[in-house]
Design a protein around this ligand. Structure first.
Ligand SMILES: O=S(=O)([O-])[S-]
Length: 107
């Protein structure tokens, strides 16, 4: 509940929009810590902790690529979006929290 509220306040996209993008091939970046990532993450997500994002995004070279970032409640994901947009990745969106994304994962 608290995480969902934080996700809304962080400016994250709704989960269904995120899943549509993911199904269309968007890159999925989990900006949480490796410990958080290892305790559960979205299938296909890559882990680039927020602190490493500026230098760590070597897997994505196409600046027009859709990128969905998520974290625990959307705050770090929003910061990550801001970092990527400053680098010219204009299609980066805040997917909010892992929990919210899992809740609306298409079957
Ligand atoms: O939203 S958060 O995972 O940075 S607390």
């Amino acid at each position: 509940m608290f995480q969902s509220l934080l996700a809304k306040l962080s400016g994250s996209q709704d989960g269904h929009t995120c899943w549509q993008l993911i199904e269309q091939g968007a890159k999925v970046i989990d900006v949480r810590s490796p410990e958080e990532f290892n305790s559960g993450h979205l299938p296909g997500a890559i882990n680039i902790p927020l602190a490493n994002l500026e230098s760590g995004l070597t897997q994505v070279t196409d600046k027009q690529a859709s990128i969905v970032l998520y974290c625990g409640a959307g705050i770090r994901a929003q910061k990550g979006c801001d970092i990527l947009k400053a680098q010219g990745f204009n299609c980066a969106i805040n997917g909010g929290s892992l929990k919210d994304l899992l809740c609306c994962q298409p079957i």
